[in-house]
Design a protein around this ligand. Structure first.
Ligand SMILES: Nc1nc2c(ncn2[C@@H]2O[C@H](COP(=O)(O)OP(=O)(O)OP(=O)(O)O)[C@@H](O)[C@H]2O)c(=O)[nH]1
Length: 304
């Protein structure tokens, strides 16, 4: 708290400087009252309020960054504190009637302080609303984060299922195609070039496929070297042509080995399933089956 108070040094110096100025001014221009003249109940009430206001000010300053809202809150509480402080000094020091500054401090500073504090609180409220909004967004991002694959930064299978479910319940009449894409002989890449090179290849292939898809399509990492592509509002023919485009894009992609610079070429096999109203698990199962057919067909690089 004390390190935060340091940022607000100037404001604190101003408020307490004015309070000390008021004390010195009263001592110079006034006369000390007799002990019997002092109303101790007033001292307790006004002095206690002044101390409470000073403590509130320190607590707010100690927990807030510098800025307009903090300035308003400090000035508001500061003016209120000064009014109470000066009121309390009157209990001990009698000032001549012509010293109107004392009257002004007592009666004028309080409403000004209340207005500034209220204005500051309104802005604080607005500031808090926008902070809450930011926190909600971050929390949402955090909650969604568990769905993201670390290597490719694509959604994982859970995310795919959630999205599939969403389309199926919200748009039950919509056409939709699911592609299951598997990198051919990927184990060989790992074996020949190492796991790290395999990782880099997977990442670049995922980026390449992402670039070759439409705005509303969704690609997820299904497992290992297998990707699932959800094509919303798409029929079988269009799905086949998108699958063929993906296959060609990968086939022509010249991956550069990260240490040797050697060029590696890769193929993918793709299974296609169009949604026929079944639950998401069955659609995924059919797409996997179509992929197995493609792999066992005439070889790799097939679409089935
Ligand atoms: N580098 C890397 N390899 C992975 C990762 N996850 C799984 N693998 C490997 O990916 C390979 C996938 O196995 P398969 O799909 O059976 O291998 P494949 O050679 O592609 O076989 P086909 O699909 O029949 O062509 C295995 O060797 C896994 O160890 C990963 O995150 N990074």
């Amino acid at each position: 708290m004390f390190s935060t108070l340091g940022i607000h040094r100037r404001k604190l110096l101003l408020v307490f400087g004015l309070a000390i100025g008021g004390l010195v001014g009263s001592l110079i221009m006034g006369d000390a009252k007799q002990w019997a003249e002092i109303d101790w109940l007033d001292v307790l009430g006004e002095g206690g309020t002044a101390i409470a206001l000073a403590v509130w000010m320190m607590l707010i300053l100690g927990s807030r960054p510098a800025g307009r809202v903090t300035d308003l809150l400090t000035l508001g509480l500061g003016f209120m504190f000064l009014a109470m402080w000066q009121d309390n000094l009157d209990e001990f020091i009698r000032l001549p009637a012509e010293q109107f500054w004392d009257q002004w401090l007592e009666s004028g500073a309080m409403p000004v302080g209340v207005m500034l504090l209220t204005y500051g609180l309104v802005h604080w409220h607005q500031e808090q609303l926008s902070i809450n909004q930011q926190l909600r967004k971050r929390e949402q991002l955090f909650r969604e984060h568990r769905f993201i694959d670390n290597l490719t930064q694509l959604g994982r299978v859970d995310y795919l299922k959630e999205q599939l479910q969403g389309v199926m319940t919200q748009l039950p009449a919509q056409k939709m195609v699911l592609l299951m894409v598997d990198v051919d002989r990927f184990a060989e890449v790992n074996r020949l070039h190492g796991h790290r090179e395999g990782d880099a290849l997977l990442y670049e292939l995922s980026e390449l496929m992402l670039l070759n898809l439409r705005q509303d399509d969704l690609i997820c990492r299904y497992a290992a070297d297998r990707f699932a592509v959800l094509l919303p509002d798409t029929g079988v023919d269009k799905g086949k042509s998108i699958a063929a485009e993906l296959s060609r894009a990968v086939q022509h992609f010249a991956y550069k080995h990260k240490t040797s610079g050697e060029t590696l070429y890769q193929t993918i096999s793709i299974g296609l399933a169009d949604w026929q109203g079944e639950p998401s698990d069955l659609l995924i199962k059919r797409a996997n089956q179509a992929l197995a057919n493609a792999k066992s067909g005439s070889g790799f690089g097939e679409v089935a």
